[in-house]
Design a protein around this ligand. Structure first.
Ligand code: AP5
Ligand code: ZN
Length: 216
């Protein structure tokens, strides 16, 4: 099954995709994580996109479509993936349909995480992640159960993203409004969109998301 989690920065796409991967064996394909890994490793793409991510702007469609195409050629994606952070423009949405069709598959559902914009800045600015396994946390909404130790792997170091500051978040939200939100009608016209209340507690969002997938 191929699904898209769609929503603005901080909506909870990564939180839900990580849990679906861990508990349901689905494959999370996060373009943000892929780009950050490329930057860390200093690949040619990483060098090219670093300033764009730091500014909170969107990376070009050509780069993104090429990255996704390569990723979909890896065998672990053959039974379907959760797209987290892709597509983000109409051109990416159209390219994704093509890439899936070329591989004999298609999109099954788009789940929109509906959230109030005022909540997003707080969510993003308070976010941190385990430096070893990447598990996501929040200063207020999700602290590690044992102080200073990751719930999943026990590691004691955490990181914060350089683009998680209030000024960059504003740019990321503006990019979402201008370029990503307008792709919803593309999917609505095909009856593919389900909405969930992304303002609900994480466990409730997970239950609602899972219920949608069970019917897809
Ligand atoms: P990306 O990494 O995709 O960032 P984003 O879309 O800005 O999304 P976030 O990771 O900020 O939010 P999320 O929805 O995953 O929220 P999370 O679950 O962490 O992209 C980064 C950059 O890469 C972009 O700016 C762009 O430059 C580039 N890029 C990536 N893909 C691209 C593409 N396709 N095209 C072009 N450029 C691209 O949750 C946030 C926090 O809230 C967490 O701390 C979490 O614990 C907490 N939280 C989650 N759910 C809840 C809840 N229900 N209640 C309370 N707290 C919650
Ligand atoms: Zn960890």
């Amino acid at each position: 099954m191929n699904i898209i989690l769609l929503g603005p920065p901080g909506a909870g796409k990564g939180t839900q995709a990580q849990r679906l991967q861990r508990e349901r064996g689905m494959v999370q394909l996060s373009t943000g994580d892929m780009l950050r890994a490329a930057i860390r490793e200093g690949t040619p793409v990483g060098v090219q996109v670093k300033a764009v991510l730091d500014a909170g702007e969107l990376v070009s469609d050509d780069i993104m479509v090429a990255l996704i195409g390569e990723r979909l050629d890896q065998p672990d994606t053959a039974n379907g993936v959760i797209f987290d952070g892709f597509p983000r423009t109409r051109a990416q949405a159209e390219a994704l349909d093509r890439l899936l069709a070329e591989r004999g598959t298609r999109l099954d559902r788009v789940i929109e995480l509906d959230v109030e914009e005022e909540a997003l800045v707080e969510r993003i600015v308070g976010r941190f992640a385990c430096a070893q396994c990447g598990e996501g946390y929040h200063d207020r909404f999700k602290l590690p159960k044992a102080e200073g130790r990751c719930d999943e792997c026990g590691h004691d170091r955490f990181t914060r993203r350089p683009d998680d500051n209030a000024a960059t978040v504003r740019t990321r939200l503006a990019e979402y409004r201008a370029k990503t939100a307008p792709i919803l009608p593309y999917y609505e016209a095909r009856g593919l969109v389900s909405r969930t209340d992304g303002m609900a507690p994480m466990d409730e969002v997970y239950a609602a998301t899972f219920a949608i997938l069970a019917q897809a």
